[in-house]
Ligand binder design. Sequence first.
Ligand code: AP5
Length: 199
Amino acid sequence: MSKQADGPDVIIYGGPGSGKSTQAHLLAAFLSAYHLNAGALLRAFAHSNSQEAKAVAKAMAKGALVPARISTNLVTKFVSHAGKRRLVIEGYPRSMSQVYALDKILSSHHRSSAFVYIKLPVTVARARLLKRAKLEHRADDTPKAIAERIRVFHQQSKDILAHYRKTDRLITIDGNHTVTATKKLVERAIKDQSWTNKI
Ligand code: AP5
């Protein structure tokens, strides 16, 4: 039986620029859940003063995945401190090994999960990221790093989506709307009870 008081955790998934961070932040506020943002945790880690942090910063700047051991450690710690509070998880998993690791972490804490995939055409996502690059200064918002992040996403996404489809946890949302309209679609999908019976 689920240990969670308020419902299953929600994993927000999507390619670079799909709006997963924006929507995860809004959904966490809507559900009064904790927001686990793997990319932000890793950016903070990359600023610490160690050889490992330097290697993480280098991988991130290229748009490559950081070693799974590091991201999985961060996620394991975060989940173990969540108690009964619901989680909105974003940026993890990004590979099948992370999918299996997350299933294991959540089940060891008697937690269940739903998986929301925000689908967006690559051209729209790339345009959003290039716009953000002019406003913010993320090291991985160069055209080359954006292209690599998109490539890595497409390399992994088919198997990841198949896993969540097979385990009846996949909810697909069209992310090609305004932030507010997408937020409404996500909230409606989460409130819809039909999928909660399956998990
Ligand atoms: P991460 O920070 O997660 O980057 P990402 O996956 O490339 O995603 P982005 O942050 O670029 O986009 P997003 O989908 O979150 O969209 P956002 O809401 O920001 O990860 C960075 C790196 O960390 C990885 O490349 C990897 O190196 C490492 N990493 C992270 N997790 C890892 C893991 N598990 N294992 C190994 N390595 C890992 O929106 C993008 C822009 O669009 C914003 O400017 C936003 O304001 C705008 N926007 C959002 N929604 C809309 C909308 N509806 N309409 C118009 N604009 C919008």
